[in-house]
Design a protein around this ligand. Structure first.
Ligand code: ATP
Ligand code: ZN
Length: 213
């Protein structure tokens, strides 16, 4: 148990395909039959856990998983005590503030006294306080972009990649508060053997990345 690496990846979502691909490109073979929550690698001392992305930083902090692949946005928002060991270069996106398209917007001070809907209260709170803005943060877990058009909030703070979701909800992007990509996070309590396996894995990941560039 001390000599294997448990790697947590997203079960189903935007990170899943590229996470699996990366592990396979590192030469690690495993059987990932549909619906499996855990699988063992056949040619490397590793197990793969399939979880919701939001749960991954907590599992890694607790040492239940030794490594995890998540968006930096999720890792930072979770505020868990883990090491970010490598940037993986996929699932690039940004956390941005959007307001209704017809609103005049001249700068972050315009958010003073406004309400902002988000699933990222910590990152948003940090951004607002760094900019000396006091606004009301409405934490909601999904469909954030609909909030302004139904009068639930004046603005949103959510993940954007192309901007089409904002646009189709009558919003415009006015501030980018965080730039994100998938990262590998690691537990702070690895055994010497696990650290060695992690070093081997990182070496393989870097070789894959170099080969691609
Ligand atoms: P889960 O069911 O596991 O909780 P989720 O719905 O919270 O999944 P996804 O939508 O699959 O999460 O997004 C996972 C991560 O992918 C995000 O946290 C972010 O880092 C990244 N991401 C989100 N939207 C995009 C996008 N449009 N383009 C690229 N990457 C994105
Ligand atoms: Zn999630």
């Amino acid at each position: 148990m001390n000599n294997i690496l448990r790697i947590a990846i997203q079960k189903s979502g935007r990170l899943s395909e590229d996470s699996l691909k990366l592990i396979k490109e590192c030469g690690i073979r495993f059987d990932n039959g549909a619906g499996k929550l855990k699988t063992s690698a056949t040619n490397f001392p590793a197990e793969i856990l399939f979880l919701r992305d939001d749960d991954i930083p907590g599992y890694v902090e607790d040492g239940v998983a030794h490594l995890g692949i998540v968006g930096e946005n999720v890792s930072e928002e979770s505020d868990r005590d883990v090491n970010t060991v490598h940037k993986l270069g996929f699932s690039k996106c940004r956390l941005s503030i959007g307001v209704l398209r017809e609103h005049d917007y001249s700068g972050v001070q315009d958010l003073e006294g406004k309400s902002i809907a988000t699933s990222y209260p910590k990152l948003l709170g940090k951004y607002l306080s760094e900019n000396n803005v006091t606004a009301q943060i409405h934490e909601i877990s999904g469909s954030v972009e609909i909030a302004p058009s139904i009068g639930l909030a004046d603005a949103v703070c959510d993940i954007v990649s192309s901007g089409s979701t904002l646009l189709s909800n009558g919003l415009k992007e006015v501030e980018t508060i965080f730039k994100s990509e998938a990262v590998m996070i690691a537990s702070k309590h690895l055994t010497a053997e696990q650290q060695q396996l992690l070093d081997q894995l990182l070496f393989r990941i870097k070789s894959v990345q170099v080969a691609k560039n």
